[in-house]
Design a protein around this ligand. Structure first.
Ligand code: HEM
Length: 521
């Protein structure tokens, strides 16, 4: 009897899901937008939802079915989404008509957890006011003031590499780089020495970092569930981040604020800037100013919770993206010794010019090294897709009218691997981004840090720590693939950002004459 009831219930549930999705799946048909036939519940993203592919790869395959269509319809699970693959239309979405696309998906739920009440999730007027007030934290003059903290981390990084490589010449690169970038962001963001380079066992920062970004099937599934069906997700009492993370940052930051008497110091870290902001409530202008002469004033109340959410965001966004980008860059340099040789020349010349003193000017003087990073971000950009959401009805120049709150996806992998924009797209060629050749890159086809007003706010910081980190490695070591390391690796579908699987292991070999390139302290 129970078995029969259960079977009937399951059958009814499955049938209702089928009917519901059938109705949902007529959206693009009615709008006459090209799309692939969707599957019940999974739409066109079965491989992504079942953790078999990353979002970037899954989206790229959808685009590949319509290479010449500027706009492609898709079903993200049961929800319609629009993929914009034409650079001119991407310009409209990210920049020119930003007023209509200020949100970044499921905006309605951006306040449902205290820890995500941050710049990344905010939208509309609140986002604008936050961005206006937080942008100065990342200005080049602020970065310059912060550079001594990064330099200090590089000294520790130099020592850590010496120590670790005494034990084995082969390292898991992402873990190594993450210890460096976590210390940089910890020091610059919280005024804290995380000691991730001295102490890995029982290191609370490492534990929290892993909880936020390390690849995990549960975290990935929760993230997918929340992005596709946010109302059900929060309705069932789920949260993206466990309370332990919230409590950790709360305690950490309250201690730091108290130790500074809630007054800015001369340390020039993010906390100082935040404490300066805290003195007055945050005031900015609203988005309406983009559309009319009326510029509404927006006030955002600043309390500890606000500060904690922003600092936790900078921590989460700040270390993993950079350490993974460094990992991919070293991987490609190991595979291409001739490119690595050119990078050595630039690093050595820089150190000779500056008497081995690592200074902020390195961010402007390492054009080839920058190109090596840019090319690795083309091949392995941290985000496979950029997300936007329409805040009002919007009409594309073709006449296609989209509804409010429609998901809009910008397919980074599709663009970065498009042979029309990047000939021989699978080839690692930093020269694409070097000197005059850089001018050949068509606008809105290369966006590893995003585009338009919502472009990554931490880009300068990321570049600063990555350049300093690469100089620290390459001045002493040549990297080679470890004996068992393959030349091609996949992307881990359990990770929020593009992570290699299996992990990248490289051999670090001391370069001749390294003794003459030890940092001047
Ligand atoms: C290699 C390193 C990094 C990469 C590849 C990267 C990439 C990105 C991308 C693709 C976006 C979305 C942009 C868009 O939607 O148009 C973004 C946003 C953001 N990133 Fe980064 N990021 C990096 C480092 C950092 C660092 C170091 C920080 C902070 C210290 C940071 C903080 C943020 C924040 C707060 C946003 C949201 C900005 C907004 O919505 O206004 N990122 N990043």
């Amino acid at each position: 009897m129970i078995a029969t009831l259960l079977t009937i219930t399951l059958f009814l549930l499955a049938y209702s899901a089928y009917l519901f999705t059938r109705r949902r799946f007529s959206y693009w048909e009615k709008k006459n937008v090209p799309h692939l036939p969707p599957k019940t519940i999974f739409g066109n993203y079965a491989k992504y939802i079942l953790l078999q592919e990353t979002l970037g790869e899954n989206t790229r395959k959808i685009c590949a079915a319509f290479p010449d269509e500027p706009l492609v319809g898709a079903y993200f699970g049961t929800e319609p989404s629009l993929i914009v693959q034409d650079p001119e239309l991407i310009r409209l979405v990210t920049t020119k008509d930003f007023y209509y696309f200020s949100g970044r998906e499921v905006s309605n739920h951006s306040e449902d957890e205290p820890i995500i009440r941050n710049l990344f999730s905010a939208y509309g007027d609140k986002w604008k006011a936050l961005r206006q007030n937080l942008s100065p934290i990342f200005s080049s003059s602020k970065m310059k003031n912060m550079f001594p903290l990064i330099r200090k981390c590089c000294f520790l990084f130099e020592d850590m590499l010496n120590r670790d490589l005494e034990k084995s010449s082969v390292l898991d690169v992402r873990t190594t780089m993450a210890r460096f970038t976590m210390d940089c962001i910890g020091s610059c963001s919280f005024g804290f020495e995380t000691q991730t380079m001295e102490k890995t066992e029982n290191n609370i920062f490492k534990t929290m970092g892993d909880l936020i970004v390390a690849p995990s099937a549960i975290v990935a599934l929760k993230n997918i569930f929340r992005t596709i069906w946010p109302s059900i997700f929060y309705g069932m009492g789920f949260k993206l981040f466990p309370t332990v993370i919230e409590n950790f940052f709360k305690k950490l930051l309250t201690d730091v604020f108290e130790s500074r008497n809630y007054q800015p110091t001369n340390r020039s870290d993010f906390i100082d800037y935040m404490l300066k902001l805290k003195k007055n409530n945050l005031v900015g202008s609203g988005l309406k100013g983009l559309k009319s002469d009326e510029i509404p004033k927006v006030t955002v109340e600043i309390d500890d919770e606000f500060l904690i959410a922003q600092c936790a965001l900078f921590f989460g966004a700040g270390y993993e993206t950079s350490s993974t980008t460094l990992t991919w860059t070293l991987f490609e340099l190991a595979k291409h010794p001739e490119k690595q040789e050119k990078a050595f020349e630039e690093v050595d010349a820089y150190l000779r010019r500056h008497g081995n003193k690592l200074g902020y000017e390195c961010t402007a003087e390492m054009a080839y090294l920058d190109a090596c990073v840019d090319e690795s971000m083309r091949l392995y950009s941290a985000a496979g897709v950029l997300h936007r959401e329409s805040s009002e009805e919007y009409v594309f120049p073709s006449g296609l009218k989209i509804d409010k709150a429609l998901r809009v996806h910008l397919p980074l992998y599709q663009l970065h691997y498009n042979p029309d924009y990047f000939p021989e797209p699978k080839k690692y060629r930093p020269e694409r981004f070097y000197g005059e050749e850089r001018r050949n890159i068509k606008p809105y086809t290369y966006m590893p840090f995003g585009e338009g007003p919502r472009i990554c706010i931490g880009m300068r910081f990321a570049r600063m720590q990555m350049t300093a980190g690469l100089i620290t490695v390459l001045k002493k070591y040549r990297v080679e693939l470890a004996p068992d390391m393959k030349r091609e690796v996949g992307f881990d579908p359990k990770s929020q950002i593009t992570q290699p699987t299996p992990s990248i292991r490289l051999k670090f070999v001391e370069r001749e004459g390294w003794e003459s390139r030890v940092f001047a302290k």
